[in-house]
Design a protein around this ligand. Structure first.
Ligand SMILES: [Zn+2]
Length: 118
């Protein structure tokens, strides 16, 4: 079931890249349509205090990142290849009270994410 979500994200990012490479602007509305979130309520600001990263928060994060038009790893500053694996990383660590909301998650290379914690 989570595979379907991954496909949607891939498709979303493909569409964003295609649109940007044609020198078109990607609007928030485009993103909502690309992500097939039209008609769905994005209640992104519900904070339940859980450290678990929900699919909804992942969706919100993808949109936040995509709106900045550059998907780079915050640790090594390299580009993230979304066709390969990316890591969802808590910015404020869970043990320091970090919760699983889009504002507290960053996308990074899985190996960068691991090395920073060692
Ligand atoms: Zn990296």
């Amino acid at each position: 079931m989570s595979h379907r979500r991954v496909d949607i994200f891939k498709e979303l990012l493909d569409k964003i890249v295609t649109k940007l490479s044609e020198n078109n602007e990607v609007t928030e509305n485009d993103l909502i349509i690309f992500a097939r979130l039209d008609g769905k309520l994005i209640s992104g600001d519900v904070q339940n205090g859980s450290s678990k990263i929900s699919d909804e928060q992942k969706s919100k994060l993808f949109i936040n990142v995509a709106l900045n038009n550059a998907i780079t790893c915050p640790i090594c500053k390299g580009y993230l290849d979304v066709d390969k694996s990316v890591s969802y990383d808590h910015i404020q660590r869970v043990r320091e009270g970090g919760i699983g909301v889009a504002e507290n998650i960053q996308l990074s290379h899985p190996y960068c994410n691991q090395s920073i914690k060692q």
